[in-house]
Write a protein that binds this ligand. Structure first.
Ligand code: ZN
Length: 190
């Protein structure tokens, strides 16, 4: 999930402006009116609209299936994890993947040049966000994501708790695959 902070700020301002139009008393427009779900959905809706216009390429399905197979073969996932999951490539503004809604993962189209194993580690990261969303529930996940991002100054790296969990899964997949090729993994990033 990779919204830009500038985008979040603009969206938050947009949400507040909508609140102001609905409430004629400007003094009543307080931060309590900030709706984290609206903020998340505004950004996700923009990405989904853009990505809906991107047609899949013929080789996408083969690459995505190969990446899924890597995760299945190494027991990082089970078939049911992918049963209702919509996966597609899209040019993302930032980052390598995004979960804009339940059961949907967008992968940056730059990953079309990746190996199946390279794509698998990103897929493992995004699959954690899908699980977080399903476990927490859509509203709680979206609110936590926005709140944690705000708390760390707009970060979406390992300082963001929901992202830290996803990066840990990504590291585990990468390190396992490196070891399977006889390569010692580098130290974990801080
Ligand atoms: Zn993430």
């Amino acid at each position: 999930m990779k919204p830009t902070m500038a985008g979040l700020i603009l969206l938050a301002l947009g949400a507040l402006c909508v609140g102001a139009e609905q409430n004629l008393d400007p003094q009543a427009m307080t931060p309590r009116e900030f709706d984290c779900v609206d903020t998340f959905n505004s950004l996700a809706g923009f990405v989904m609209l853009r990505c809906s216009l991107i047609a899949p390429e013929p080789r996408d399905a083969r690459l995505l299936d190969a990446a899924k197979r890597v995760l299945l073969d190494h027991r990082f996932a089970q078939s049911r994890d992918f049963a209702d999951l919509n996966l597609s490539f899209c040019p993302l503004l930032r980052g390598t993947g995004m979960v804009p809604a339940a059961n949907r993962i967008y992968l940056d189209d730059g990953l079309r040049g990746s190996s199946a194993e390279g794509l698998a580690e990103v897929l493992a990261h995004e699959a954690v966000h899908v699980r977080q969303l399903n476990t927490l529930g859509e509203r709680d996940f979206k609110c936590r994501y926005v709140a944690q991002m705000s708390a760390c100054g707009g970060c979406q790296d390992r300082r963001h708790p929901l992202e830290a969990e996803a990066y840990a899964a990504q590291d585990l997949v990468r390190n396992t695959l490196l070891r399977a090729h006889g390569i010692t993994p580098p130290p974990a990033p801080k």
